[in-house]
Design a protein around this ligand. Structure first.
Ligand SMILES: [Cu+2]
Length: 289
């Protein structure tokens, strides 16, 4: 999964061009050509999601599919016209009807209980979050607010011709979100009031939240120790012509590096007209479109 260290060095070199995250960030949350499985599980939320899929839903689906195909094949063979010239005429069988109603109901109920438990886990931070990040969707880029730090910036997709070696196309942004490892993060997601619905996601975190104008959605995540690196995501709600061009780049760093970044970022991204109150900004691009 992990890219080689040469790439990390190149990423470090390009980091000096823009105000990006750490110099040594290694791509972890990145899809690969012809990938079939999930991206690495960087949070407990994603561990649960992958386990639900790989250990429960997928085997269950395979058993059901094989059962149906075998039954269908047997019926086609056993009751073909040649072998069964005189067909049965009955149309009801109470025992079979009870079974084929009860068994799927039980299966669906077990899936529902398991899912609801996971949704509850995803909705309930284990401890009070230490960092609050607000993501605001715009047509077509993301804006970020570190609401307790007075840091606010926009993250624009890097155009193809400006990509540096090692930067994945359609996934790299000029400014990166930087967050500490092993820390409970509160994620607030919304969209500009005069905008449309977007969706903020990082597959490796198991987080996907709709960004809805006028509504504030909340979620949490905590990246596991040892999972420092770079993660990518994309807007996941069809939002217009440039939906595919509003990626998300997150750098997960050590707590010390995060503190150092905060100091730099407060200078770099000092919000000009903000005093802690959250004001939805109206970017020039919103008016133009
Ligand atoms: Cu969008």
């Amino acid at each position: 999964m992990r890219r080689n260290s040469i790439k990390a060095v190149l990423l470090g070199a390009m980091a000096s061009l823009g105000f990006t995250g750490t110099a040594s960030a290694e791509d972890i949350g990145l899809s690969e050509p012809w990938q079939i499985g999930f991206q690495p599980e960087a949070t407990e939320i994603m561990e649960q999601t992958v386990s639900m899929h790989n250990d429960f839903l997928l085997p269950l689906t395979i058993v059901i599919a094989v059962f149906v195909i075998v039954l269908l094949g047997y019926t086609l063979f056993r009751f073909r016209a040649g072998a069964n010239p005189e067909p049965n005429r009955f149309s009801h069988n109470t025992f079979i009807e009870v079974v084929w109603t009860a068994v799927p109901t039980i299966i669906v109920a077990v899936i529902a209980v398991t899912s609801i438990k996971q949704i509850q886990f995803q909705d309930t931070p284990p401890t009070d979050p230490e960092v609050t990040l607000k993501a605001i969707g715009h047509q077509w880029f993301w804006e970020y607010d570190y609401v307790d730090e007075g840091i606010n910036f926009e993250a624009m997709k890097i155009e193809d011709e400006d990509l540096q070696e090692g930067q994945p196309r359609l996934l790299s942004t000029d400014n990166h979100i930087v967050l500490p490892v092993d820390t409970v993060i509160r994620l607030l997601v919304t969209a500009n009031p005069i905008d449309v619905i977007h969706s903020w996601t990082i597959p490796s975190f198991g987080v996907k939240v709709d960004a809805i104008p006028g509504r504030l959605n909340e979620r949490w995540f905590k990246v596991k120790q040892g999972f420092e690196g770079r993660y990518y995501g994309q807007c996941s709600e069809l939002c217009g012509a440039r939906h595919a061009y509003m990626p998300i780049t997150v750098d997960i760093v050590s707590k010390e590096e995060y503190q150092a970044w905060l100091l730099k970022a407060k200078e770099e991204f000092a919000s000009l007209d903000r005093d802690g109150t959250v004001v939805a900004s109206l970017a020039a691009s919103d008016i133009a479109n």
